[in-house]
Design a protein around this ligand. Structure first.
Ligand SMILES: [Zn+2]
Length: 247
């Protein structure tokens, strides 16, 4: 099936979700299902390309949908002004061919991880902090492990600063979001993801990137009972205990 027959679920329409949505729409993905429960604030505008000053105070879901429809009239946009939560996660994920996690909090990221694995849908995670971007693709029965293999549980609230607290370089978000969109396109086209079971970290100040295998963690509650594929090429490994991997 061509991209025009595919549906992408994008969680969050902000710094990561916005560039991902633009990438998916520009490539001709037929339907974009986006979930976002925030309003546009001044502090968003440095990194959230779907919004303009005239949108301040508007709901992000409706502003993002209006922008996407204006730019790409042939794309179907289903924008939901709601939070991705335990009550709606499986239904939303089940309606999509690929899931792009552009959320800004760990609880949502872990929920997206668990729901996508349960529904057997591929998922592209992304995260940014200051000048660092991270990507990880979780493919059911694919290579390597999932977010829960890597971190097991979300960190306690407040243990990791949010973007609002720590700040984020707008260009880092644009870069990471565009890579997430490109990765979702690969998956929709039936190819293996570039970050499938591999954590990609890019540090913008040093221009250093790193790609490490995320091992399947025995007893992982999210991907238990599935067999990982062996990667076809040797890659450095990230141990499940968050320690740095050796090449
Ligand atoms: Zn796992």
């Amino acid at each position: 099936m061509s991209l025009s027959g595919k549906t992408a679920l994008v969680i969050g329409a902000g710094g990561l979700g916005g560039p991902a949505l633009l990438t998916l729409a520009a490539a001709g993905v037929g339907k974009l299902l986006l979930v976002e429960d925030d309003a546009v604030e001044t502090s968003n505008l440095n990194r959230q390309p779907l919004f303009k000053e005239a949108d301040l105070g508007q709901r992000k879901a409706s502003a993002a949908a209006a922008r996407l429809r204006a730019l790409f009239p042939s794309i179907a946009v289903d924008a939901r002004d709601l939070r991705f939560d335990a009550d709606n996660a499986l239904a939303l994920v089940g309606a999509a061919d690929v899931v792009v996690d552009g959320s800004d909090n760990f609880a949502t990221k872990f929920l997206a991880n668990d729901a996508a694995l349960r529904a057997h849908k591929p998922l592209v995670h992304g995260g940014i902090l200051r000048t660092t971007a991270q990507l990880l693709t979780v493919a059911p029965a694919g290579i390597g492990g999932c977010l829960r293999c890597l971190f097991e549980e979300p960190p306690p609230i407040g243990a990791v600063p949010s973007c609002a607290e720590a700040g984020v370089l707008g260009a880092t978000a644009g870069f990471a979001g565009a890579l997430m969109g490109a990765e979702a396109l690969r998956l929709l086209a039936g190819e293996r993801g570039a970050y499938e079971g591999r954590l990609f970290t890019y540090e913008a100040r040093s221009a250093r990137g790193r790609l490490v295998l995320v091992r399947r963690r025995p007893g992982c509650a999210a991907c238990a009972g599935t067999q990982p594929l062996e990667p076809s090429e040797p890659v450095a490994c990230a141990a499940p205990d968050r320690s740095e991997g050796a090449a």
